[in-house]
Design a protein around this ligand. Sequence first.
Ligand SMILES: NC(=O)c1ccc[n+]([C@@H]2O[C@H](COP(=O)([O-])OP(=O)(O)OC[C@H]3O[C@@H](n4cnc5c(N)ncnc54)[C@H](OP(=O)(O)O)[C@@H]3O)[C@@H](O)[C@H]2O)c1
Length: 255
Amino acid sequence: MKLSGKKAFITGATSGIGLAIAQRFFEEGATIAINGRNADKLSQINQELFSGKALEVVADIACVSDIEAAYALLSAESFKLDILVVNAGTYQLKPFCETTEQDFDAMFALNVKGAFFTMQYATPLLNDGASVIAISSVAAIHASWNQAPYNASKAALSSLTKSFACGLSDKKIRANTISPGVTDTGIWDKVDYREQVEQAAREGIPLGRKGAVNEVAGAALFLACDDSAFMTTSDIMMDGGVTYVSDPKEWGHKQ
Ligand SMILES: NC(=O)c1ccc[n+]([C@@H]2O[C@H](COP(=O)([O-])OP(=O)(O)OC[C@H]3O[C@@H](n4cnc5c(N)ncnc54)[C@H](OP(=O)(O)O)[C@@H]3O)[C@@H](O)[C@H]2O)c1
C-alpha cells in the first residue's frame, strides 16, 4: 500500500472528486480526515465507506473561522498532515453580464479565499515532506463568457498553490495542482444545462467523454506519494485532450 502510515486531510470529501480521493487514499492505507458542511452526511459516509475510521471535520471552507476551527480539531487530535487536498469548490454557469455581486463573492469566498486559508492554516500541521494537492481546473487557462468568475477563481487557485510551494521547499513540502476537465460528478446537477454539458463533452473532448472521478483520484495518489517526489509547482491536466487540441477535425474519433 502506497500511503501506509500517512495522514491526509481532504476538503469537500462528501461527494465527487474529493470523496473518490478519500476512498483511494483510504484503500492505500492512509488515515484520513474528511470535510464537508453537513455533519449527518459526513457521519453516514464515514460509517458506510470508512467503517467509522475517518476523522469527521465539519466546516464551511468559505468561512475562515470554520477553517481555523477545523485545524484546531486536527491539532487536538494530533492529526499532523502528510497530505492536504484542497478540493472544496463551487461552480456556476452564468453569462458574464448576468453575474451578480453575490454570485461573484460566493465563488471567490470558497474557491479562492477558502483555498488560501486552507493552505495557510495547515502550515503548522504539515509534516516535513508533506504533499499539498489543490484541485484546480482546465478552466484556469480557458476564457469563457459563461463561467468567467469560476475560471478566474481557478486561475487564482493555481497561482496561490505555486506561491504556497515557494515558502515550504526547505521542509521538502511540495504543492501541486490537478486540473481536471469535465468530470462526472454531482457538480453538474446544479447547472440548468446538463444535457448541453453532456453533448459538449461527447463532441468537444478529443477522447469523446467526460473524465471519471477515479481518474482524478489516481493523479492525486501519484502526487501524494514519493513517485512524484521531484514535483512541486506542477500541474497535472486531466482533460481528455481538450486544452491543447482545439480543432475537432484533428481528433481521431471524428475521422
Ligand atoms: N466536476 C468537474 O467537472 C470538475 C472539473 C474541474 C475541477 N473541478 C473541481 O473539483 C472540486 C470538486 O468538485 P466536484 O465536481 O467533485 O463537486 P461536487 O461533487 O459538487 O462536490 C463538492 C464537494 O465540496 C463540498 N463543499 C461544497 N461547498 C463547501 C464548503 N463551502 N465548505 C466545505 N465543503 C464544501 C461538498 O460537500 P457538502 O455539500 O457536503 O458540504 C462536496 O463534498 C471543485 O473544486 C471543482 O471546482 C470539478
